[in-house]
Ligand binder design. Sequence first.
Ligand code: GLC
Length: 558
Amino acid sequence: MSSEQWWRNAVVYQIYPRSFADGNGDGMGDVPGMTARLPYLASLGVDAVWVSPWYPSPMNDGGYDVADYRGIDPMFGTFVDAIEFIAAAHKLGIRVLIDLVPNHCSSEHPWFQAALADPDAPERDLFWFRPGRGTNGDQPPTNWASMFGGPAWTRTTNPDGSPGDWYLHMFDVTQPDWNWDNPVVVDEFDDILRFWFDRGIDGFRIDVADSMAKDRSLPDATVAPGATEPHPRAPDAIWNQPGLEAIQRRWRKVADEYVDTPQGPRVFVAEAYLDPVDILVPYVSPGRLHTTFNFNALESAWLAESQRLVINTTYTAHRGVGAPTTWVLGNHDNVRVATRFGKAETGVDFASGREAEEPILLANRLRVLPTDSALGLRRARAAAMLELALPGGAYIYQGEELGLDEVEDLPEELLQDPTWERSGHKIRGRDGCRVPLPWSGDEPPFGFGPSGVPWLPQPERWAGSTAEKQVSDPNSTWTMYREALRLRKELPAFRGDFAWHESDGGDVLAFSRDDEVACVVNFGAEPVSLPDGEVLLTSTPLVDGLLPSDATAWIATW
Ligand code: GLC
């Protein structure tokens, strides 16, 4: 593999291991299943995969509760399976990013267990243990709320049975936050990075990349007027603290130790829902991280004005620090794009300045709106061609290439997202976008594994959406993605300059790459004419040479 800066325009496919492919027939996706399906990803044409956590975990938050950062959960296979997966991917020219979860671990992590077992243990300072407030210490140390509902602190019991200190968990009660002020934590993560880089990993996706550094004075958060508790994002002490910069620079140095290896640069992509983008781009300034997810793109409504604004602001801001932009339509935390775009409300209207909303809350609110699934799919296809024509990297969440929609009616007793319990069954959570993929056949389990019942039930309606059917259908969403990825790779214009096209305006969003390829998206109700040139690809067939509503076309204008 070359050492060019591959990450600047890589198309990265997200694998959520539990739901991608089941190799052993237990109904859970696993690493051998992933390895077996690598040729599928190679024929789709992706440059890299990002694998959501595969580490040993009690799976209280789908593996984002890590008990051992250097292993593989037996549910997913063995360590040897993982090494074989990395090698098999590399053989096919696919790079491998894995998830780093540095804000918190699992309460089953041995260091947290040691901290719990003895209030005087040195491990205690690796986490945030604090006495409670109030006369008996029975009030949490701060008023902070957890991202999954309920308080962000849980009280411990001392070994002698008496009530003890409280510990901080910004997510589930089984996800204690690490104390990044303690050098043992800092060194441990340096070591974890090197451990996986030495085993051939090409990069890390950094989970909750804006929360590791904390203000030690732990001030209370402001409670919004009319609310009973602060929003989980309210504590300034937690989010986007200045101390993050030192951590990022340190990690960059570790990654840069590998720049001159035959495999080439190792990279980071930060998960940080920070808005506006100006507070995010310092993360990717020189000497810090390589890329961040563009969540404004993911959250933007299907409106020309909103998309145009997001493209302008994110592209300009990233260029200002010399970093590539990324484009994202979905992931394992958000409503699938084919469903979101089929609703009356399609996301955040940035052009109107509407406030962003936490993804989990947005999902819950959108769920009650009916979905026009044909419209949603049509727009999702148009959106995919839009994001793949833009400069920078792009992410595909598994199943987007099949046009899969959200499963909004999973039976309550099967819901696994911790939000469901912690919100007192008010917020269903994110399981609807995590349903196992349909590979083949006409009925569930659609070839997900050799046998077994998938851990979440697949809808019958996916019979027409299996990979098997779509790979051989020239009009399928899969084939559109494959063609888009092929053109993107073959035509140098897709690595060239970005400029708004003269036909851009109103409901028509249009830009060109290197004056050679134009991308035109019609957000309006009426068909529109296209610039002169050869039509390379469309998301929906043209009608009398015109681009219909909710469609994208790529035109060679050279
Ligand atoms: C990130 C992950 C999400 C997880 C949370 C806590 O947002 O994407 O799935 O629940 O972090 O680790």
